[in-house]
Design a protein around this ligand. Structure first.
Ligand SMILES: [Zn+2]
Length: 472
């Protein structure tokens, strides 16, 4: 039964831009200020004021366009989108319709290209709040990125948004702070029976957060399937997703583009981007996640390790700096970064800054080299790293003082293994019965008993030798 229906989803993603000032005035682009303190006559929509397009915002929109393989419209216009709502003091939003800044691109995820029909520049509206309206958000620069209706499930749409967010962060276009609403989307969902024409679409307005996007689409799919199954028609409408009740409710019957009475903004001229400007943006494009995935795995680390690094821009920066230091291989580095460094930063999230990041990376690289040479085990590497960062003492001195050097001596390891097997006979039996995890536990016990100094590879080898010989 579940195959009878097909779902089609399109996204309109609003992303706040990281500019110093607002889209058409010199008010600060900031978040969390006291209500109605970051407003001026331009963004408050006083009659007689004149807007001016923020050059940096245009630059960031072009950057997004180039990153997602779009055609850049070298001549673009701003249009007025007219509607009445209390959070919009001008009575219109300055947006783009006829000549958006970027058109026809795509974002590739795991080899599949998701088409982006356009990216346009616009301004945010204010926000309804307890006491009325807060106009601080009026005029905050946004790009709206519109996809083709190319997704067929909630999880596919969410995967796209996650990848889009990651790209935006690496591009420096937006911080995409979902909790602050700097990335929100309108979701168009329609359902039809397989083999029949596409269904009427409903739009879920202003959804933020991946779980809400997922929940909203799932709910909408079920709602529409039910209507169609009962022989009724789905009507085009705009709905609001309630994240608490986990259901959507009718907001208004859907308006058409015509309802917004778009026209070119008479206060703003056509804007012409020079070739120099566009090329300048192109040369500044950073390496993006898809390219990083290829590059990092080519350096010899696993796909999963690369992904763990790329998903966290701080780890990614550390990795790149360490690769530049070039004291040890990428594989050892990725292990230390996803292990020791990551654990350290989880405990001390505010530790890193511009002053100490180079020292942090140099320490990781030096310890990586010790790991590679077999001087320290991974457990000791972690201890060494923590102690060095916290005390500032020299790595070689700490290595001796804390007795962290790996002991690969076979007599020492034999004795260790013998003691661990005597104390953990049950685990050895479990291993013989097929519980493979038991071996990792036994190696862990050897490491613990040796204070992290034993060679885990040798321990494993000797444990197996004894167990296979029935010598437990
Ligand atoms: Zn202003």
């Amino acid at each position: 039964m579940s195959n009878v229906f097909e779902t089609v989803i399109g996204l309109e993603v609003h992303i706040e831009l990281l500019t110093q000032t607002k889209m058409y005035c010199s008010c600060k682009n900031t978040f969390g200020e006291t209500e109605n303190t970051v407003v001026c006559p331009v963004c408050a929509g006083y009659p007689g004021t004149l807007p001016a397009v923020n050059k940096r915002a245009a630059e960031l929109a072009v950057r997004a366009g180039l990153a997602f393989n779009c055609n850049i419209n070298r001549r673009f216009k701003m249009s007025r989108k007219n509607y009445f709502y209390p959070d919009l003091p001008k009575g219109y939003q300055i947006s783009q319709l006829y000549a958006p800044i970027c058109k026809n691109g795509f974002l590739e995820i795991k080899g599949k290209k998701y088409p982006i029909s356009d990216i346009h520049l616009e301004e945010d509206a204010g926000k309804l709040c307890g006491n009325g309206v807060d106009f601080n958000r009026c005029g905050i620069p946004l790009i709206e990125l519109v996809t083709e209706p190319c997704f067929h499930s909630a999880s596919e749409a969410v995967d796209f948004l996650k990848e889009l967010r990651l790209n935006m962060i690496y591009l420096g276009i937006s911080d995409c702070r979902i909790e602050q609403g700097s990335m929100r989307c309108d979701i168009n969902v329609s359902v039809h029976r397989r083999g029949e024409p596409l269904g009427e679409r409903c739009e879920l307005k202003n959804v933020s957060g991946f779980s809400n996007v997922f929940g909203g689409i799932m709910y909408e799919e079920e709602r529409q399937k039910k209507i169609i199954s009962e022989g009724n028609r789905v009507f085009r409408e705009t709905r609001r997703w309630d994240p608490v009740k986990k259901e959507s409710a009718l907001l208004r019957s859907k308006e058409d583009t015509a309802d917004y009475r778009y026209f070119d903004d008479p206060d703003l001229p056509e804007i012409i981007l020079t070739e120099e400007f566009v090329n300048g943006v192109l040369t500044e494009l950073p390496m993006l996640p898809n390219k990083k995935r290829l590059y990092y795995t080519a350096l010899g680390i696993s796909g999963q390790a690369a992904e763990d690094i790329i998903l966290d821009p701080i780890k990614d920066r550390i990795f790149r700096l360490c690769v530049d230091v070039n004291l040890c291989g990428a594989n050892v580095l990725s292990g230390l970064i996803n292990g020791a460094a990551s654990e350290f930063l989880n405990e001390k999230p505010n530790y890193l800054n511009e002053k100490n990041i180079n020292g942090f990376c140099l320490a990781l690289s030096k310890i990586g080299r010790l790991r590679e040479k077999g001087v320290v085990s991974s457990t000791s590497a972690k201890l060494l790293f923590e102690n060095h960062i916290l005390s500032g003492s020299d790595i070689d001195t700490l290595l001796k003082e804390l007795k962290l050097e790996q002991v690969s001596d076979s007599d020492y390891t034999e004795e260790l293994v013998r003691r661990v097997l005597t104390d953990n006979g049950k685990s050895a039996e479990d291993y013989v019965k097929g519980k493979t995890n038991a071996l990792a536990f036994l190696v862990g016990q050897c490491m613990k008993l040796s204070g992290g100094r034993a060679d885990p590879v040798l321990c494993r080898e000797l444990l197996l030798k004894r167990i296979d010989a029935g010598d437990v």
